[in-house]
Design a binder for this molecule. Sequence first.
Ligand code: FEO
Length: 396
Amino acid sequence: MHYTVPVKGKVHWIGVNDRRKTLFENMWTLERGVSYNSYLIVDDKTALVDTIEDRAAGNYIERIEKLLDGRKLDYLIINHMEPDHSGEVKAIFDHFEGVTIVGNVKTFKMVEAYWGITDRLLKVDDGDELSLGHHKLKFVMTPWVHWPETMMTYDTTEQILFSGDAFGSFGTLDGGIFDDEINFDFFEEEMRRYYSNIVGPYSNMVQKAFAKLSGVPVSIVAPVHGPVWRDNPQKVLDLYNRWSLHQAEEGVVIVVASMYGNTELMADYIGRRLAENGIKNIRIHDVSRTHISHLINEIWKYKGLVLGSCAYNGHMFPLMESLTREIIHMKMKDKFLGIFGSYSWNGGGVKNLMKFAEESGFDLVADPAEIYGKPSDDKYAQCDVIAKQMALKLKG
Ligand code: FEO
């Protein structure tokens, strides 16, 4: 199928949907797929802005040729080198004779390392401009959003921000491509999941990018994943600003590791007590059942976090250990934390969760609750304290 989607002026969306890949970066689940957005500007000069993942290429080059209608491709602008966007760079370079690759010094180091390409390169730096005729492009260096070479391309003529991974989302574009064509409820979860899983560790760099773009009028946000924002671009800018500032919602995520159900009893007990203390957003997850991608998303969303683990060979449960490592890796901040667990030999779950508490810098709302053997009514007192203190902190 050859369909084209005009964005504005001489800019066209030529992205693709990937419904086959099950794990993004071979790690993050893609229950709802993902799109790779690419853009073609057919002006006096022609320019392709980012490509797509090679395994999803399909008729990508044919679609570019159709839009070019016999003209040559002058530029290939690489905002980001991760292979979900640079997957077709070599194919484009080989297919469109004479095309010049536009990128920065760090981009070109990778371009050589990936494909041995060292010629037909146009190096740009922060603030450099490139005129295509009607469209005048300006390049903004935004390192570490999400790789060191990352940059954005700003179309000063139509005020379109080709933002790379920033403002992107998981989820395929099932017909609707623009924000005014979709139900945002579907994308909010997928967008936060994308942010928290992929961009989150670089939140401080997202804030630096915001500072750099401050005062720049943006009428369209055109990311490389998910919807293109033409009706209300401020909405996605506000969401990313909030997430990168670690501004979370009132609510508590309880994640529990339990082999035979004793520690899980404590999770349900704490959840019930939180509800009695007025907390409405409470999510309880079994770390062995819910994928870490969704756990990280929900933990990013809510201000309160309660982690519980049984003891496992003198340590915390391995999957809980993996989750705590990932939370540290993601550089999450500003959480209220509660800890609980149970054991039958000599412990290890709570002891090691307390090490995580210290390392994370989170605000531990109360001493941990630890139960020897099966939980019974007389052993829950510290769970009551955790729930009450957590609610008090959240209600602030
Ligand atoms: Fe969508 Fe960092 O690549």
